[in-house]
Design a binder for this molecule. Sequence first.
Ligand code: NAD
Length: 417
Amino acid sequence: MADINPFESLKEQIDDAAAYVDADADVIDRLKHPERVLSTTLSVDMDDGSVERFDAYRVQFNGDRGPYKGGIRYHPNVTEDEVRALAGWMTYKCAVVDIPYGGAKGGIAFDPREYSASELERITRAFAVELRPLIGVDRDIPAPDVNTGQREMNWIKDTYETLERTTEPGVVTGKAPSSGGSAGRVEATGRSTMLTAREAFDYLGRGIEGATVAVQGYGNAGSVAAELLDEAGATVVAVSDSRGGIQAADGLDTEAVTAHKRETGVVGGFPGADRELSNEELLAADVDLLVPAALENAVDADVARDVRADVVVEAANGPLTPDADDVLTDHDVYVFPDILANAGGVTVSYFEWVQNRQRFSWTEERVNDELERIVTEAFDRLVDAYESYDVPNIRTAAYVLALERVIDAFDDAGNWP
Ligand code: NAD
């Protein structure tokens, strides 16, 4: 995995698009930097009586289009710059799918697998206390990301509500349904990945049925994307997680792989596979569609030179370095970017927030129908932009579209004070 600062990658992506946007350099410069950064230290009691220190961050990148919105990541590699990049990507993602949010992100630098459930609860609640002055249903709304989920969101909601002496379920999204979560939220990121892939293959005149697929990262986003692609008629021939991958030439039974991963914690050892393979082999697999669904920088220029897929649909945030993008553009590989493909997560978070504010729940069918409408409309708008702007690739078109929308909101509101 390439050791590239994702915040530098974000700035490069914005610069690439800025050449096609009618805006002054100072306006673009503003859009490359966050509005606010919380960098804090959590001191938390451990089960053995010791006190441990954790570095935690919340970045509010841009609020021109609405309240700040973005997930919270628990991972040992979390840094302030990584969170800045992820917060920027959230800003432009919300703009691409045209939902009324700005962008934010949070993270704590630690490995949650090394802590007990009660320690994780204390760490999460300590972070929620630090977040309290910044977040709010109309200010900044956290959500899950890598290694966080319904449980952590419920703790944040409960801490906030207790301190504020109110009930405000819309202060976080991605909650359990019993705490105000939405139907369809857990599957939403994988669902928008599948929808983007389906639309991409239609756009390219091929159809997703029978397309062979490799998925890197069999977590929340990747496993659901794999299952839904399988259901849509594609053949998922290889999947992996951080411990390695598996392959089956005739296709993996993705539901059974998910059950195996749930039971054993890894995809390796799945009885229906022909063979095990490394992550390097997976990324170079001879497939029609590659879905990177793990972490940033999975594909650098060297890895990109070995990619044999015709289409890449990014379920992860920032899985390709800018150099990898250049290589894939040169090789005529179509890359459908993260800020469209994985936008299902934030879109259904938006539906959850709307439901919380109305105190009225939608059916899963309604959630999925509205998500499909938003993703397919955004896809159509994006390929129109790609064809009309004379840009080198679809990512650049997505940033042009997103920058224009954020700049419009800024221009309409004016700069104050
Ligand atoms: P997750 O923790 O559920 O899954 C991540 C998976 O990637 C795990 O299976 C892990 O083993 C695997 N992995 C880690 N390093 C790997 C490597 N080097 N090679 C292969 N596999 C590796 O996390 P998630 O929520 O599915 O998030 C994955 C990506 O999707 C992240 O980039 C995240 O920001 C993005 N994303 C998630 C959501 C969401 O709603 N969960 C929304 C938008 C974007």
